[in-house]
Design a protein around this ligand. Sequence first.
Ligand code: F3S
Length: 395
Amino acid sequence: MYLTKTQERMLAGEFGEASSKAMEILVALGKIYGAPRLVRCTSAQISGVSYKNIGDAGADFLWDLAQKGARVRIPSYINPAGMDLNRFEEMRLDHKFIEGQNRILQAYRKMGVNLSLTCAPYQIGVEPHLGEHVAWAESSAVIFANSVLGAMTNRESGVSALCSAITGYTPYYGYHLTSNRVATLLVRVDAELTDPVDYAVLGSYVGRVAGERVVAFRGINPSREDLKALGAALASTGAVALFFVEDVTPEWRLSDKPEVADVSQADLKKEADKLGGSAPSAEVITIGCPHASIEEIGRLARILTNRKLTKPLYVYTSRQVKSQADQLGYTKIIEDAGGKIYCDTCMVVSPIDRMGVSSIEVASAKAAYYSPMMSHVNVRLAPLEKIILEASEAV
Ligand code: F3S
């Protein structure tokens, strides 16, 4: 694998022990994947942040790196943590969890990482443009960056994204090469999709058959919110990192002989049922997977205007989007109706089961897919408006 003089020096330890270790890991990964060289990346997005997911072993690893002098060389952002940094007391977390989570965040801070604590950096102004190389790890952010923005990233792990943050490089293979950004599965959709949750269900269904392939959709006309829901679901049931939508996404490349799959309304109905589409109503409503956008919070506020919730509602988003919601008056409407907006965390990476919750209602296929496994809760999946109207009354 070819390395520039600077990269050789970094590997040899001239830029410190941590940079050398990070470079060693990237070179090893590059060799495994047949990368001829490294490529400069403009940002890193790191997963492996919640204490619930990485525990003490992860916290020790990050602290060790930070003590060895690891500092990021490019703008670097992190995924949600296991708690809201300002409202953790309301989340009924134990002392050990809070301490463990704080240790992780201090290590990232010491390394110079932006404590963005969101899985949707593209909603807080981090929007790499067409053809820009980045090293992102959160699967829903990776697929959004590749497909909706046209940026170039592989599905990095938390560790490889951190190594890219420290060195400023990523191995040049996979989706960094235009020649690999070609769909081999063409999905023709013959179904009525009217809500982001319909796109989420489509993504969930197609993810199961697509595996790691690049998918091209024909016959749909999604909005940005729909694309976000579609991508997050494709990256959950499958390992899809890039999709195209004809006449919508910035790229569209189809292989000469793609496999063709047709999707009908009946297929989507079956998929929705698998995700809890016919489940009974649940104890708590959780919205914001991926993290809620200002549009989604605005929609929620409009539905809740002059209504009172009859069950708890937790909305998850980034601190920046929450502050926009505060300014626009959305937070007040949601809180007056009885809801809560949590920042820095989400229903999957926070220990929601330890908060005494045993069933949740969601409008996200990704949350519906992961929550039973990761949080041991039952799930009901339905469109946002339906969930909220059923769980509130006019005042
Ligand atoms: Fe984000 Fe949590 Fe969903 S990290 S994509 S809101 S599982």
